[in-house]
Structure formats: structure tokens, C-alpha cells
Design a protein around this ligand. Structure first.
Ligand code: IYR
Length: 228
């Protein structure tokens, strides 16, 4: 591997496959078509998924860019039935409160076509739950000093995007579950003080026959503005 010092810091030669423009056109289109097939799936089968699959999904997520390369995330992968059951009970307690008392009429109306409610069976059915924690700061071992991380939400959000894409590529499904408040996850998973729960993703095969809401994605003209 070719190495050199730049401003006194070690650098390695970056190697990336490049393609002629017609090939770039084809790859961009095919990738869009593949990614656009992904749907959030709430009916996750209990069919087992091996730990090595989860290892690679997490490694893919952890390859995301992050502020000053601090990688301010921890992915907690849970397959233990007793732990999943604890998480489900605690999540449903909060979600019951949210759906009954905390969410506005408008919010509930917006969720109607999606069909969510406080029941979260996927938290026990799915073979794996990945709970993503953001690390707001690092504690320096020597001094115990707190060093804030940079762009934590952006970094962890991007890592979750990578994770969702890796799950889709593997032929598995997930959903972005956002129990609120979610400090119960810190307690159940015994996470340290510098970590805050960010997102919960159950992962597995889809059930045999699954229906998802008939939603349309916004066309390019609605989501993009070009300044040429
Ligand atoms: N946190 C709840 C509610 C919920 C909120 C939105 I915005 C959604 O797009 C879906 C659900 C839950 O996870 O069910």
C-alpha cells in the first residue's frame, strides 16, 4: 500500500474503481431502482438470522462518515428473548401513553394510513433488535475529562442510513421504531452516561405474505432544485 505523510500525518493512497460516464449512468439508475424497492416492514418473521450477518450489517453501518472521524455510535444487538421481552414491555408502556395521551390529533391522523399503534409485536418476533446509541461525548480514560463529539446527530443519522441500506441489500427487512421517551433503553441495556438512545431497528426476514401501505414517493421535481 502506498503511504505518505501529509502535514505530518500518515495518509494512504485511495483506490476506487472509476467507470466511463455511460457505465456511471447505468449504475446510478440501477442503484436507485434497487433502493426504491425498500419498504418499511412491520411484519417481521421469527426465522433466525445468524450473528455473522448482524456483525456485517453493523460493520457496514460503522463505515459511515462521522464528525472528525469520532464514530460516535454504539450498536446494541439484542437476540436474547428475555431482553427483547423487557424492551417490548417498556416500549409498549411508553407507546400506549403516547398514542392515548401525548400525540396530537393531527399526528394520529397522519399515522392512520400507515397503520401504526402502541402494539409492538415485532420487538419480540424479530430475531434481532439493533438499538443505536449516540455518544454525545467521550470520557478520557486518564483524566475522566469529557470531550464532546462533533455533529453527533448527523453522523449517527448517516450510519443508520447505511444500516438500513445494508439490511435491504441482505434481503432482510426493518422499520425505524422511535419509542418516545426512550430512556428505558439506556436502563435495560445498561449503557453508560455518555450514550443516548437514537433509534431502534428490529431486523429479520419478512413474514410470508406482507402488505405495506400504498404510498407514493415524491417525484424528483418536488425534492430537488437544480442551479445549473
Ligand atoms: N413512535 C411511534 C409513533 C410513530 C411516529 C411516526 I412520525 C411514525 O412515522 C411512525 C410511528 C411508533 O414508533 O409507533
Amino acid at each position: 500500500m502506498e503511504k505518505k505523510l501529509i502535514n505530518g500525518h500518515p495518509h494512504i493512497k485511495y483506490e476506487q474503481e472509476v467507470f466511463p460516464l455511460d457505465e456511471v449512468e447505468k449504475r446510478a439508475e440501477e442503484h436507485y431502482e434497487w433502493l426504491n424497492k425498500r419498504r418499511t416492514v412491520r411484519n417481521i418473521s421469527d426465522k433466525p438470522v445468524s450473528r455473522s450477518v448482524i456483525n456485517n450489517l453493523i460493520k457496514a453501518a460503522s463505515s459511515a462518515p462521522s464528525g472528525a472521524h469520532k464514530q460516535p455510535w454504539t450498536f446494541c444487538a439484542v437476540s436474547s428473548p428475555s431482553m427483547k421481552s423487557k424492551i417490548r414491555k417498556a416500549a409498549e408502556k411508553e407507546e400506549y401513553e403516547s398514542y392515548k395521551n401525548r400525540m396530537s390529533e393531527r399526528w394520529l391522523k397522519d399515522l392512520e394510513p400507515i397503520g401504526t399503534d402502541w402494539n409492538k409485536p415485532f420487538l419480540e418476533n424479530a430475531p434481532w433488535l439493533i438499538i443505536v446509541f449516540k455518544k454525545v461525548y467521550e470520557s478520557k480514560v486518564e483524566t475522566g475529562e469529557k470531550a464532546n463529539n462533533y455533529y453527533v446527530n448527523e453522523s449517527v443519522g448517516i450510519a443508520c442510513g447505511f444500516l438500513i441500506s445494508a439490511i435491504h441489500n441482505a434481503g432482510l427487512v426493518t422499520l425505524t421504531h422511535t419509542p418516545s421517551p426512550m430512556n428505558f433503553l439506556t436502563k435495560i441495556l445498561e449503557r453508560p452516561e455518555n450514550e443516548r438512545p437514537f433509534l431502534l431497528l428490529p431486523i429479520g426476514y419478512p413474514e410470508d405474505e406482507v402488505y405495506v401501505p400504498d404510498l407514493e414517493r415524491k417525484p424528483l421535481e418536488e425534492v430537488a432544485v437544480f442551479y445549473e
